[in-house]
Design a protein around this ligand. Structure first.
Ligand SMILES: Nc1ncnc2c1ncn2[C@@H]1O[C@H](COP(=O)(O)OP(=O)(O)OP(=O)(O)O)[C@@H](O)[C@H]1O
Length: 857
């Protein structure tokens, strides 16, 4: 037997032993493995399950090998042989036999260099097909020390190891890369490269940005790092989040973490982080709304709410209120001073501060006039005075994010106040729009949804769910506002951010990572690392794409592919426009291998999305895909048939980036089927155009339709709130003169007391308010003639106004009539249109719907 064969047999025995020990342990421990949740309420989003509920031993490694390497080390007086693999394995005596590749010791062993092996005499990479050892390569192999040599002397490095230290692994790597792509991502544990492992095990705090060209292993590195962070207990499963560009991508990568032994990690598509949009914006509006300055506009919009609501609205420029017969007056600019406070605090907090300052001030004014009259309840009486409550709620209404954004976009005056000096007139014009007739019908776009989240934080301080570590892939397409939102979700500032500026397809283009890196970073800052070796795309295809890639991002390093392609790697197929689809189908069919194990994708321009079903119908199922360039982001296929690249490049300003993405999806060949001329940038670098010729010669994208600029028809001036409150008060006083009204009101009050409740009966603006276990209930009592629809309708509207002034919405509203409704249908209409119920007195008894609830029983 040759030495090699003998060594192979030795490794096979070791691997068999490892499997036997692992299987025994697995079967014992299986019950401790939890099935993954199909949904995760915390993320407010559906999660693609990453592992089947019943994990079986055979499925745990999902066909991957358990053991990947062997090391012989002699350190600190402890000599021994260990194996490195995908799981930790202990033998019968509970001694470690296989060390998980993520364990600090294993990482350190794997990172040792042949020219500095320290106590390592052998590092042998095993190439296994599950438990069968097929081959091995020695990366580090030291000559055994001669007997006479003192042990302390560092053994000599074998000559050929010095010359080509990673040669063995490169063969393994190329073999590995040749494996057919079956539509799901594999892990790279067996052939991980040193530069990749360094990033996976990078334990620096802060944001790690990994820039790398197509196929350099960014996604692989990100997922392995996630697994490494969890394995080493830097974070717990529930504390981390994986964000990917689209659902197809999440499906593609979902098996990687479980195969690495990491389960139950939440993965979500970027857009699902925010509520589902109900419309889209034209590009000029998108650019402004998703740009960094929009955050400032939103901040100013919220900051101005109190000022907006009071300027010019107060009678004689001052606020007046009577307390115990003393007239107290506060000038408008003094009020404005109270409104200032801490501008970084959420509006709700600032409102509380304002109310406290106002009441303090009124108390001081009262004390100046009546130094000895103040009693202990005075403060409460002032604070509850309807004018004080009205002023506070008018200046600081309980606005929602939706109403603020609707107002900002729909009222040019409000927009000007918030955006002047931040956005140009043209930019303001781009985002201005006529509000929808009903606030619930606003066509919120994806960009609006991110703004709404920002506004919610500014208004109430309530932010989205938080994580301690976020991995985000295809990060080059994040907008500045999305980056802020991600940073908000990760206050620890610990992220793995993966991207390639040359694959930018979004509205925002970044010259380098500075802006995005700083927007994502927390207190620990961010650092940039680069991956420069391409593992997916054959050299010939990369040559073809080089000019295009460099034209999208001139300052981004272009990767060097280690994969030889061959003469068939690139084919141009010119056809007549009418034959495009048939030719694409024919090409794809020709590429489908008889055993169907090679994946084939037809990538079409977005404008030809409608062709997708027809093309798909003509191809066999299995490993064939038909998709648009945007849907292909992050994926890979053995063969790609690319349809009409000029159209992809012209699709949007991000078109050239999209074309670069599409062309770099293949591991073997790309066939370019085209009727229009192929963009000049899409040609091998050796055939590159002259300097200054880097322009896509495809038709320019159609100009966006101009944004409609809303006229000043939105909510603007506020009625003088004092006059308004007075009107409400005088209506209530008037009604209380009616004996019919008062009889019914007192009957209601006595009923509520009888039910053990304590209603508020002396509000100057509402008949009866009752805070019960189900929330606040407001009652509006009607007097003579109160049973007609017209009167009932007026009463409901007044109740809504009262609620608005009080700033505290009621859970339930009741109209209380002195007799049955004149028309029997009216209670139904009021319930449907105004969510208000009706009860009444008839023959000394109560009647109506929800009577039990209405009377507190
Ligand atoms: N060390 C490695 N050993 C084996 N395969 C590798 C290695 N590194 C990367 N690969 C393979 O190269 C391919 C590309 O990797 P990956 O998808 O992570 O690249 P990417 O940089 O995210 O690409 P893109 O930006 O184009 O989406 C994958 O099939 C991956 O498994």
């Amino acid at each position: 037997m040759t030495d090699h064969k003998a060594a192979l047999a030795e490794e096979q025995r070791a691997v068999d032993h490892a499997y036997a020990c692992y299987e025994r342990r697995f079967r014992t421990n299986r019950d401790t493995l939890r099935p993954s949740d199909a949904t995760n309420a915390h993320a407010r989003t559906a999660v693609i399950p990453d592992v089947a509920p019943e994990v079986r031993f055979e499925g745990d490694l999902d066909g991957e090998a358990l053991v990947i390497a062997r090391v012989d080390v002699d350190e600190d007086g402890e000599a021994g042989t260990w194996y490195i693999g995908r799981r930790n394995v202990r033998d019968e005596s509970y001694d470690t036999f296989v060390v998980n590749w993520q364990a600090p010791q294993a990482v350190e062993w794997m990172l040792r260099r042949p020219d500095d092996p320290r106590g390592m005499s052998l590092r042998r990479r095993l190439r296994c097909d599950r438990h069968r050892v097929k081959d091995f390569r020695d990366e580090i192999k030291m000559a055994p020390p001669r007997a006479a040599e003192p042990a302390a002397t560092e053994p000599a490095l074998l000559k050929e190891e010095r010359r080509a230290p990673f040669q063995g692994l490169k063969d393994f790597l190329l073999e590995d890369l040749e494996r057919a792509r079956d539509g799901r991502m594999r892990d790279i544990v067996e052939t991980i490269q040193r530069e990749q492992l360094l990033l996976v095990s990078d334990d620096r705090k802060g944001v790690l940005v990994v820039q790398g060209g197509p196929g350099t292993g960014k996604t692989a590195v990100g997922l392995h790092r996630m697994s490494w962070l969890l394995y080493n207990k830097v974070f717990k499963t529930g504390e981390v989040l994986v964000v990917g560009p689209h659902p197809g991508f999440l499906r593609y990568v979902r098996g990687v973490l479980p195969r690495l032994g990491t389960r139950d990690v939440t993965a979500v598509e970027l857009n699902r982080l925010w509520d589902a949009p109900r419309g889209t914006d034209p590009r000029p509006a998108r650019l402004v709304k998703s740009g960094a300055r929009m955050a400032e506009v939103l901040r100013l919009a919220v900051e101005q709410i109190p000022v907006d609501r009071v300027i010019g609205q107060l009678r004689d420029g001052a606020f007046g209120v009577s307390a115990d017969g003393v007239r107290l007056v506060v000038a408008e600019d003094v009020l404005r001073g109270f409104a200032e406070g801490d501008e970084s605090a959420p509006l709700a907090v600032r409102k509380r501060g304002f109310a406290a300052r106002l009441v303090d001030h009124l108390m001081r004014l009262h004390a100046e006039v009546m130094p000895r009259r103040a009693d202990k309840d005075l403060r409460q009486r002032i604070a509850r005075d309807p004018r004080v409550v009205g002023l506070v709620n008018t200046m600081w209404p309980n606005v929602t994010a939706e109403s603020v954004l609707r107002n900002l976009l729909g009222d040019p005056a409000v927009l000007r106040r918030a955006a002047d000096g931040v956005l140009t007139d043209e930019e303001q014009g781009a985002i201005a729009r006529r509000p929808a007739t009903r606030s619930g019908d606003e066509p919120w776009s994806p960009e609006d949804m991110v703004c709404l989240e920002e506004l919610r934080v500014l208004l109430s301080g309530e932010g989205p769910p938080r994580y301690r570590h976020i991995m985000v892939d295809e990060a080059q397409d994040l907008t500045p506002m999305q980056a802020r939102s991600l940073a908000r979700r990760c206050p620890s500032g610990s992220m793995t951010v993966l991207g390639d500026l040359a694959q930018s397809t979004g509205d925002h283009r970044y010259e380098d990572w500075t802006d995005l890196g700083s927007a994502l970073a927390g207190g620990d800052g961010w650092h940039l690392e680069e991956l420069t070796v391409g593992y997916r795309v054959p050299r010939e295809v990369m040559d073809l794409a080089e000019v295009l890639g460099r034209s999208v991002s001139p300052r981004t390093p272009f990767p060097r592919s280690i994969r030889p392609g061959g003469p068939d790697a690139v084919a141009f197929v010119p056809v007549a426009a009418s034959a495009l689809r048939d030719e694409a189908v024919a090409r794809a069919l020709a590429l489908v291998s008889p055993d169907g194990d090679r994946s084939v994708a037809v990538i079409v321009p977005d404008a030809r999305r409608a062709d997708v079903p027809a093309i798909r119908a003509q191809l066999p199922g299995g490993r064939t895909s038909v998709l648009t360039a945007a849907e292909a982001k992050g994926l890979e296929f053995d063969h790609v048939v690319l349809v009409e690249p000029a159209e992809i490049a012209a699709e949007s300003p991000g078109g050239p980036g999209l074309l670069y993405v599409a062309i770099t999806r293949c591991t073997r060949t790309v066939a370019i089927v085209h009727a229009a001329p192929v963009p000049r940038t899409l040609r091998p670098a050796s055939d590159a155009p002259e300097e200054g010729d880097h322009v896509i010669d495809a038709p320019a994208p159609a100009a966006e339709t101009e944004t409609e600029i809303a006229a000043g028809d939105a909510a603007g001036a506020w009625a003088n709130f004092e006059a308004f409150v007075e009107e409400l008060e005088s209506a209530v006083r008037e009604e209380r003169r009616s004996s019919v009204h008062e009889r019914v009101r007192h009957a209601l009050i006595s009923e509520l007391y009888g039910a053990g409740l304590v209603p508020t009966v002396d509000s100057p603006i509402a008949d009866v308010i009752c805070d019960g276990p189900g929330g606040r209930v407001v009652y509006e009592v009607l007097g003579e003639g109160g049973s007609t629809y017209r009167r009932m309708r007026e009463a409901v509207l007044r109740m809504l106004e009262v609620q608005h002034v009080a700033g505290e919405p009621a859970e339930h509203r009741y109209l209380v009539l002195p007799e049955p409704p004149a028309e029997p249908w009216t209670p139904d209409v009021l319930a449907d249109a105004f969510e208000t119920s009706v009860i009444w007195r008839a023959d000394g008894q109560w009647a109506g719907r929800n009577l039990g609830h209405a009377l507190g029983s």
